[in-house]
Write a protein that binds this ligand. Structure first.
Ligand code: SF4
Length: 61
């Protein structure tokens, strides 16, 4: 099943994902985004990935 992951070396720590979708993302103590809960299947994973202006959110199989 597909899921989303944060590319930690690409994340700029802007916080946009965590403020837009706090049910899915949070910011770690090191200032990098984390996925706290995979989105349910009503959400378009690619749309979530496209939210990141730095391309740090990816859809993986
Ligand atoms: S929107 Fe992208 S760059 Fe900003 S915190 Fe989230 S993953 Fe990192």
């Amino acid at each position: 099943m597909s899921k989303i992951e944060i590319k930690e070396d690409v994340c700029a720590g802007c916080g946009f994902c965590a403020s837009s979708k706090p049910e899915i993302f949070c910011m770690s103590d090191s200032g990098i985004a984390q996925v706290t809960k995979q989105p349910d299947n009503t959400q378009n994973l690619q749309e979530l990935a496209d939210m990141c202006p730095f391309g740090a959110i990816e859809v993986v199989d």
